[in-house]
Design a protein around this ligand. Sequence first.
Ligand SMILES: *Cc1c(COP(=O)(O)O)cnc(C)c1O
Length: 365
Amino acid sequence: MTNAKVRVELTQNPKEKVPEDKLGFGTVFTDHLFLMDWDEENGWHDARVVPYNALQLDPSCGALHYGQAIFEGLKAYNNGGKVYLFRPQKNFERLNNSADRVCLPKLDEEFALEALKEFVTVDRSWVPTTPGTSLYLRPLMFNSEASLGVHPAKKVTYLVMASPSGAYFTGGLQPMRLYVEDEYVRAAVGGIGFAKTAGNYAASLKGQLKAQEFGCQQCLWLDAKEHRYVEEGGAMNVFFKINGEFYTPALTGSILPGVTRDSMLQLLRDRGEKVHEARLDVNELFKQAQNGELEEMFCTGTAAVVTPVGTLVRQNHETGQLEEVSINGGETGEYTRSLYEELTNLQLGKGEDKHGWLVEVCDAE
Ligand SMILES: *Cc1c(COP(=O)(O)O)cnc(C)c1O
């Protein structure tokens, strides 16, 4: 079980586990943490699994001042007998693309995956078993060099934390209301939108708050230049079923290339559906929602898998009035539901894994 390159130091004080029906998202952490350091002289070194603890950081470190921090999000699933990861290679590929954009060092993707498996194996008793639950894994890389100088990091920390998370939907799929944000933008072409960076989230919070004030769960983000073309729904990718065909915004550079987005495109193509990666004008979408051509809409991401969208809300800036349109009568579409089921079944090892997306980690406890 022990990989020679990863030192394992087990905790002497295992934590008490939170009952699975009380799990939320991102507040409970397992007994251990994976850590690895990088510096110019030694490259990546000292890969280790250690008891979960607080970090010691120099107050001048670049991650805190200049946002040089990138992360990933993926899940480990317990299907009763085995623990699986879903397409983890895609996450490490994306982490390296993010690293490149903010001048952090790349990881050896194969080693990063082996180390992740080792870490999950150590904490395997934390992978919950109730349907809809999972062990959320959060790889994080940041500039930990003690320096206020603005330059690529000379000292970097990579870590992975694990958090058992509860079922996202407890009472079945619930359609969201999305507020069309035409003032703030999340990311601009040429910036860091395609990278999974901490800074993108800082940029999104104000819009998120505004959406909530208007009675919506998330924003529908538009492009930074014309404030007209759809980019993402909250921190999720977005799909539309229009006149029987499927559309998602093309990856222009300001959109995060979701693993779930990629999986969804493949599942749709496997079903023989027509799929388009395109530029989608929000004004057109409002019209198509009004005349019923926009049949279904949903968002995709690791956390919520597939989330239906039932209502789009926007503000008329001349009158200040809110205008809203419903999609599929504000209800979860049948097609959306079937995609949610297909993907969640696959992740639990219940469907045929035609594309080899599941990576076995270890036997479940
Ligand atoms: C992580 C993320 C997504 C979803 O990506 P998945 O790989 O499907 O989880 C979408 N948008 C943003 C901004 C994200 O950070």
